[in-house]
Design a protein. Structure first.
Length: 209
C-alpha cells in the first residue's frame, strides 16, 4: 500500500486529493514540519526524507518520491481510468506539466512558502509584489473554462485549489476575481475534494505549529 507523509493543509493536501479522486487506498503519516518528527511514533522524518518537506510518497517498491509535481503525476498514472492527467504523448500532458510548474513556482514557492516560513520582511514584500500578476494569469486562463487542462478535473486542479485556499488565508483577493472564486467553489464541491479538505482541517486543529 502507498504511504503519504503530510502536514495538514500543506501542499500535500493536493496529493491526498489525487489519491482519493483516483480511488487509491493509502496509509497517511502525519509529520510535524517544525520538529521533523512523525507524530505517530516520534520517528525522525529527516531519516525518511532528507529534504524534510511534504509530500513524500512511499511506493509499493519502497522507493520514495518527493515534490508535488512528480507525486501528483505518479498518482494520476496509477489509475489512468480516473483520467486525472492526460496520457503520456497527449499534448495536454505538457499543459498539465506547465500548470503544475506554474503553481509550484509562482504560487507555492514564490509566495506561500516565504509568507509562511520566512521571517525576512523584504522577502515577503517581494513575494506580495508579484502575486497579483500571478493570480490574474490564472484567473484569465479560467475565464470560460471549468478546469485548467481540457474539459475535466486533473491533478493540477487539486494543486491549484490548495494554493487558492491558502492565498485567500493570506489575504490575497480571490473573491474579487469571479473566475477564481467560482472555480474554487466548483472544485471544493467535488465530494472527494470536500472530504480531503474537511479531514485535514480537522487534523490541523489537533496539532500545534
Amino acid at each position: 500500500m502507498l504511504q503519504l507523509y503530510f502536514w495538514p493543509m500543506a501542499c500535500s493536501l493536493a496529493s491526498r486529493i489525487a489519491l482519493m479522486e483516483a480511488g487509491i487506498e493509502a496509509r497517511y503519516h502525519l509529520v510535524h514540519l517544525w520538529s521533523k518528527k512523525r507524530i505517530e511514533d516520534d520517528a525522525d522524518f529527516l531519516a525518511i526524507s532528507p529534504k524534510g518537506a511534504v509530500p513524500v510518497l512511499i511506493l509499493d517498491s519502497g522507493d520514495r518520491l518527493t515534490e508535488s509535481a512528480a507525486v501528483l503525476q505518479y498518482i494520476a498514472d496509477l489509475n489512468p481510468h480516473a483520467e486525472l492527467a492526460p496520457r503520456p504523448g497527449d499534448p495536454g500532458r505538457y499543459r498539465l506539466q506547465e500548470w503544475l510548474s506554474f503553481i509550484g513556482t509562482e504560487m507555492h514557492k514564490g509566495f506561500l512558502f516565504p509568507t509562511f516560513w520566512y521571517k525576512d520582511e523584504a522577502a515577503k514584500a517581494s513575494a506580495r509584489e508579484r502575486i497579483g500578476q500571478t493570480v490574474d494569469h490564472a484567473a484569465s486562463h479560467l475565464a470560460g473554462r471549468d478546469y485548467l487542462v481540457g474539459d475535466r478535473f486533473t491533478v493540477a486542479d487539486g494543486y491549484l485549489a490548495w494554493a487558492l485556499l491558502l492565498l485567500r488565508h493570506c489575504g490575497v483577493d480571490i473573491d474579487g476575481r469571479p473566475q477564481l472564486a467560482s472555480y474554487l467553489a466548483r472544485i471544493r464541491a467535488r465530494p472527494m475534494v470536500s472530504e480531503a479538505i474537511r479531514t485535514e482541517m480537522a487534523l490541523s486543529k489537533t496539532v500545534a505549529p
